[in-house]
Design a protein around this ligand. Sequence first.
Ligand code: ATP
Length: 308
Amino acid sequence: MIEARGLGKEYAGKPAVSDLSFEVHPGSVTGFLGPNGAGKSTTMRLMLGLDHGRGSTTFDGVPFTALTRPMTHVGALLEAKPFHPTRKARNHLRMLAAANGIPVRRVDEVLEQLGLAAVARKKPRTFSLGMGQRLGLAAALLGDPHTLVLDEPANGLDPQGIQWIRELLKGFAASGRSVFVSSHLLSEMALMADQLVVIGRGRLIASGPVEDFVRTSTRNAVVVRSPQAADLADVLRREGAAVEALEPGVVSVVGLDAARVGDLAFEASIRLHELSHRVATLEEAFLEATSDAEEYRAQVAARPGEGA
Ligand SMILES: Nc1ncnc2c1ncn2[C@@H]1O[C@H](COP(=O)(O)OP(=O)(O)OP(=O)(O)O)[C@@H](O)[C@H]1O
């Protein structure tokens, strides 16, 4: 289990991460979401002791920097490419294995697992972005760790690669291990993550199960089609619902469940042609939850003489 407590970091007096605490539990993929510049990469660097700041992070009670043979506990892939451009992929992994007391046979295992066997004797300098990511992932998995911390691992991967990494991470979590992963691909995150940590402007916005986060969205609605939509809207508004016309004869209703909408229509002798639930997407819930952070960013960007 990962426990992050009170993480904080400023750059030139500007807070990048502020008093951020969260947990990552084994057996789950925990997605780490936030708008650009929200502080995700900074948080991950703080967690691994690669950046100086406030707070602490423990992996099963031990800070990363205090772990003996850390790669056998925590596999990490951060944005910066950690490998030497001219050291052949296989040699790079062999050096990491030797330094971490990892059996050398693991090198060929992960090269195979990551689809890199054919380029094992090539230099990463010649790699595409996606192949570079695969090599970074190979290094993260080399020590057969119980925890993965991955910053945008799908970056540069093709659709097959993205699907493959999804299955890999889900399988890793299903075996009782922990995955903490950031991604901008929200549709992908929706398929992969069970839990979320959402930040904006360096602060925690939400954490917990994906379903709970999506349930908070006001985009969860009851959609009703009726030839008497205007009359129905009046009835529903009197009951306190927020009603919005989607198209002629179709309204979306927030604040009442479908059964209640149906009952109210029946009592008012209003005919319904359709009554359905519309479940918000993770993207909608995310955009809504982080809209303040986005607004702030736009304001800062608009201020003359200051960067975003
Ligand atoms: N080395 C640095 N020097 C100065 N400012 C930095 C540095 N690294 C990050 N920042 C600033 O800290 C804030 C958080 O950046 P960070 O890269 O952690 O965000 P992020 O959520 O990972 O963004 P993205 O989604 O774009 O990758 C931003 O305002 C960024 O400009």
